[in-house]
Design a protein around this ligand. Structure first.
Ligand SMILES: Nc1nc2c(ncn2[C@@H]2O[C@H](COP(=O)(O)OP(=O)(O)OP(=O)(O)O)[C@@H](O)[C@H]2O)c(=O)[nH]1
Ligand SMILES: [Mg+2]
Length: 698
């Protein structure tokens, strides 16, 4: 028998005990009702007295003014509740593609993911992306089909889509009673009871299942039992004998199956009416494993206390708030830990638990629990803090790379430092937001995942740090590479009075194929007979690297090149590192011209969802943007269009899509790869870059 003997007891114990914790990230596509669902769960569990709404800006988890104005989540939000003697930590995550940093970070500190789907739209772009991430981290998953009160919502269609597009191990554990505006309740197939629509009030207790649903319920209950017993031999034997299985035994087997990723139960309801929350809370308790059953496997040596910081909130008043998961503990306030990354001691003041923007001090947090502390000195998202210095490999969050950049400048002269420090703080909060100086133009570049993300950062800069900044057209991060082998030799020689300068090297440049889609650089030292002594060869490499920062075509960084140092000469007195660096740099530039250099541009994978009637117009527009259509999937009046489009052509896509679809289109994109820019386009880019360089010189 595979069931573990140590399953938790049910006596009243403090909720923080590790076996009684459930850590759940609420994730999914943009606007499917995650925040509304978290709100309903908190309300149903008695944590709040009224059901807040996204439309009125009164939810616990979308507490930030920018979230409320845009009616969407922009950052992850930590909430918690108690249900049936368990503490459930919920991390409400943003669905928008531009705000995925917190979503990906949340997936590193939970055992379970509550994947929310729209009952109308089914599986959408970001659903699949989150699902894949959850799979990579082997997280247990529970699906919730929301918005079943909406017109054209269909639980069974979405269930089928989930089985087709996510996993065929998705199985219904709840069913709707009625549909669309006639939805009246939900059936819990595990406990064989019904819950009726509370219309935004607290959900009442379990009710008998309406008779007219008997057949449908029977059919789906059998499917559920078949799926569960399949994962448990003992239960399977009893089931085949025709025994009536008690709900506890089924629940225990279900939890095993969910823990081991063998089953994904699909629940349903209406977040904005608080329908389906009792059954969903039961399911989270019964199906999602505790941190004890499915812990994070991190090597902590003999550390007795450890926390993993997965999120940082930059507050101009309270300072920095670091959200963490306890890896080893318990952790109480007034503890001093050390950050192996900086070797700095960090004093934890009061340990807090967060409920949206509210925080509440607690004495202690057990292993697996999520909490926060204020005012750590140099701790950043991704750090692990331990009680004494041991070698730890923190969990990797793998934030997506920023894909577009804007030039930013303060409106008022003299605000440069204020702007930079504000943006740095915001970058600590969202590591996909990166500020850097363009060495070529001297401009400050703010890079991120989407235009909206950058715009929100600018708004926050104004409201939190009181700096007004201007955004200039985004720049495309072009790159350069070579297509042919080429060779060049350069001698750098200076004889001016006393000691001169002498460096001489010969380089061969070769195209270097990409590894894992990444274009790289390789320096190969092929010097024989010591014609250049060992000590000077790294200087050649250094000179080459410097030359590669700005290619000769458009000043873009050069990548995808192997440089072989094949020959050279040295002067016993006059040779120096500097001379070899210059010689390396010059030889590279000369060989580069002969190596058939080309300009590369980032290609984005674009997914657009539009109403069927707009498909023609949207496709035509994508075509004009040098887009390559990859596929179209119509489903229920909405078509998903997939295309590969050069980034340069879709920097301002959101305005275009709004006007093409009357505001009903949605899109997301992510970086795919670099590709050669077609010659007629490249010519324009090269000329523009040349002009810019000349202007900068003036
Ligand atoms: N009819 C109906 N509307 C819903 C339901 N759930 C959410 N909504 C509405 O859908 C909109 C989006 O809801 P949110 O809760 O903000 O969705 P979200 O998934 O958190 O969105 P992001 O955080 O932006 O990804 C809001 O206007 C909600 O009022 C539901 O079950 N039925
Ligand atoms: Mg939200």
């Amino acid at each position: 028998m595979r069931r573990e003997a140590t399953e938790e007891d049910t006596s009243a114990m403090p909720a923080t005990e590790s076996t009684k914790l459930r850590n759940v990230a609420v994730a999914g596509h943009r606007g499917v009702g995650k925040t509304s669902l978290v709100e309903a769960l908190l309300f149903q569990a008695g944590k709040t007295n009224r059901l807040g709404s996204v439309e009125q800006g009164t939810t616990v988890s979308d507490w930030d003014e920018h979230e409320q104005r845009r009616q969407m989540s922009l950052s992850g939000s930590l909430c918690h509740l108690e249900w049936k003697g368990r503490k459930i930590n919920l991390v409400d995550t943003p669905g928008d593609a531009g705000f995925q940093a917190d979503t990906y970070a949340a997936l590193r500190v939970v055992e379970g993911v509550l994947v929310v789907l729209s009952g109308v739209m089914g599986v959408e772009v970001n659903t699949s992306r989150v699902w894949k991430r959850a799979e990579e981290h082997a997280l247990s998953r529970v699906v919730f089909v929301n918005m079943l009160d909406r017109e054209r919502a269909d639980f069974f269609r979405v269930l089928e889509a989930a089985r087709q597009q996510l996993s065929d191990r998705c199985v219904a554990i709840q069913l709707p009673i009625g549909s669309e505006h006639e939805l009246r309740g939900v059936v819990d197939l595990l406990h064989m009871c019904a819950y009726l629509d509370p219309a935004g009030g607290r959900e009442g207790g379990p009710q008998p299942i309406p008779d007219e649903l008997a057949d449908l319920v029977q059919e789906h209950r059998e499917r559920l039992l078949d799926a569960v017993v399949e994962t448990d031999e003992e239960l399977m034997a009893r089931y085949l004998e025709g025994e009536e299985l008690e709900p506890e035994a089924v629940a225990a087997a279900l939890k095993q199956a969910v823990t081991r990723d063998e089953l994904y139960p699909v629940a349903c309801g209406v977040a904005t009416k608080n329908l389906g929350t009792s059954a969903l809370l039961d399911l989270l308790v019964e199906a999602v494993p505790s941190p004890v059953r499915k812990g994070t496997a991190i090597e902590l040596g003999d550390a007795k206390q450890a926390v993993f910081v997965f999120k940082t909130i930059a507050d101009p008043f309270t300072g920095r708030i670091s959200c963490f998961r306890v890896l080893a503990g318990p952790i109480s306030g007034d503890t001093t830990l050390v950050d192996p990354r900086t070797h700095a001691k960090e004093r934890l003041g009061q340990v807090l638990v967060l409920q949206g923007k509210e925080s509440e001090p607690v004495d202690e947090l057990a292993v697996g629990d999520l909490g926060a502390v204020a005012k750590l000195k140099d701790v950043l998202t991704g750090d692990v803090l331990v009680d004494h210095e041991v070698a730890v490999e923190p969990p990797r969050i793998d934030f997506p790379e920023p894909v577009l950049s804007f030039a930013v400048a303060p409106k008022a002269k003299g605000d440069e430092e204020k702007m930079a420090s504000g943006l740095r703080r915001l970058g600590e909060e969202d590591p996909t937001l990166v500020l850097r100086r363009d060495p070529q133009t001297g401009e400050q570049l703010l890079s991120g995942l989407s235009q909206m993300q950058v715009e929100v950062a600018v708004e926050r800069l104004r409201t939190r740090f009181h700096v007004d900044v201007e955004l200039h057209p985004p720049r495309v991060p072009y790159k350069e590479t070579i297509r042919r082998q080429a060779r060049a030799r350069h001698r750098y020689k200076k004889q001016t009075g006393g000691r001169g300068q002498f460096g001489d090297c010969e380089l061969v440049l070769e195209p270097l194929p990409a590894t894992n889609g990444e274009l790289g650089y390789e320096f190969v030292d092929e010097i024989v007979g010591g014609v250049i002594s060992q000590g000077f060869r790294p200087a050649v490499d250094k000179g080459v690297r410097e030359a590669m920062e700005h290619g000769e075509l458009a000043g873009a960084p050069v990548q995808g090149v192997r440089v072989r140092l094949v020959d050279g000469m040295e002067h016993t007195v006059d040779s120096s590192e500097l001379a070899f660096k210059i010689a390396g740099s010059m030889a590279f530039k000369e060989a580069y011209q002969k190596a058939d250099p080309v300009l590369l541009e980032p290609i984005m994978q674009l997914e657009v969802t539009v109403p069927d009637e707009a498909v023609g117009a949207v496709n035509g527009d994508l075509n004009a943007r040098r887009g390559r259509l990859q596929g179209m999937e119509p489903a229920g009046g909405i078509t998903t269009i997939r295309a590969e489009v050069p980034m340069a052509e879709i920097l301002t896509y959101s305005q275009a899509l709004t006007s093409l679809t009357g505001g009903r289109g949605d899109y997301s994109m992510h970086f795919l790869r670099y590709e050669e820019v077609p010659p007629h386009v490249a010519q324009k880019v090269i000329e523009a870059a040349k002009k810019e360089r000349e202007e900068a010189k003036v």
